[in-house]
Design a protein around this ligand. Sequence first.
Ligand code: HXC
Length: 535
Amino acid sequence: MELFDNPREDKNTKSDRPAPKSLVKFRQIYQDALAGAGEEKNKAQRAKGKFTARERISYLLDQDSFFEIKSLMESNCHDFGVADKHIKGDGVITGFGRINGRPVAIFAQDFPQLGGSLGYAHATKIADIMDKALQAKIPVIGLLDSGGARIQEGVESLNGYGEIFWRNVKASGKIPQISVILGPCAGGAAYSPALTDFIFMVEGISHMFITGPSAVKAATGEEIDIDTLGGSVPHSEKSGVCHFIAKSEQDCFRQVRELLSFLPQNNEERPLSETTTDVADRAVPVLERVCAMDPKKAFRIQHVIWRLADNFGFFEIHQNFAKNVVIGFIRLGGEVVGVVANNPAHLGGALDSDASDKAARFIRFLNAFNIPILTLVDTGGYLPGVSQEHGGIIRHGAKLLYAYAEATVPKVTLVLRKAYGGAYIAMGSKFLRGDLNFAFPSAEIAVMGPRGAVEILYSRDLKKETDEAKKEEMKIKLTKEYSDKFASPYQAARNGSIDEIIEPAEARSKIIRAFAVLRTKRDPKNHPRRGNIPL
Ligand code: HXC
């Protein structure tokens, strides 16, 4: 008998032959794998306001784009009843799919299966998908929901984390790595995300900690609930561990898709260009208001960023952490640009330790992934004070200097108002190799603010004057003299510290033209490998 004797079967119609035994068996086993921990446990997951791992994958990826691998892999562990549970896939789903039409690798931990805990098979699956992502040079996305190292597997599960951490570092700066926290992320589970580029958390369901509330109480006596210890609020506002928070899982997936639209697939590519309806030479006369303002008056720098960006679009990162510096992505003339900006609305835009870490790591990410940097400067300097000094402002502030000096992607800087002291140098100045440096006519580029400078330069003369009113009059006169000489962009323009003073209304068109000129800027040869080390 011929093997293929019925041509009807070639026409994608259902065969009327009974399915062979091997197929029946496979289909049964595969159905078991798809069922995961079973409907009862999945229900319990949904009752917590969470989706199952499979649902999450289908919501995040482009429709019907997922294909899974290693769905039948299981744990070798026979202790403490793990083997009896026959967890097919070992509590994690791994595979490939598409987002915005572009390929990604993905893994999703399934909490209903053994608490999403990480045994060696589970870890091997994650490591394998990371290897494949790195070979294919595509982003890897982790959907995490896990009780951490699988207690029953002992040291093997710890080793599994080691394998993942090692790959996180190997992939760092080569492919984008994104962690989406969708449940507990305890112990080792918290450290792999911390090695990736971006962390998302969802209000109410995401928690990250090294040890949970009961272990904290046992170790230190502190009583704290799980949200206050490791929820999305402390991690997005205080620790800075989390870059994005979402109201719901669906909102979170939307944000992940948007983030990916700004990123290249790997460090050898550039982000995709888009055609934009916003004209490149759109005038922004409203920015003249910046020049009209008292330099001490606060405003939110986002207002400037929106007005410069194509169609007012700004995808802000780390929105609630170290608000004195603002970072994120915009498009200018259809090209992706990373923005780093002082924010006068918070601490007067001063740079403190957290702001330096926040900006420095973002700059290093941009540099690793060929994304040009726009720096907007309006800062009175590094933040003075005992707590900053003792908290290591020198150590943290130096990271920002390092990141700007190291970055070889196109760098365009615009000084809006104040650019004083070390912060002037740090924020993309020419001397850390800014490529094109602009200033508004309202810019004040100096070693320090006029008032502080006068107090130091004329301290002896001021001390001699005993009449307070006269002393104040003297200060005002000297401050004006200093301001006229230094608190302007003209000295900087004369000596070439900035390339051009520009009309605020022309800022968008000038910046777009600057980046267009720099588009063909090439890296110096033999630059060191650029990992995105956590800072
Ligand atoms: C094995 C685990 C587990 C784990 C949870 N489960 N965590 N199984 N290993 N680490 C199992 C539970 O036994 C339970 O199984 C199911 O998952 C659901 O757990 P619950 O506790 O019922 O759920 P919930 O009340 O929602 O609490 C979730 C939790 C809690 C907060 C994550 O389970 C928890 O605190 N787990 C331990 C967290 C932890 O300390 N991990 C650190 C491990 S050490 P059944 O069968 O009853 O459904 C580590 C170090 C690595 O990770 C260091 C590398 C550098």
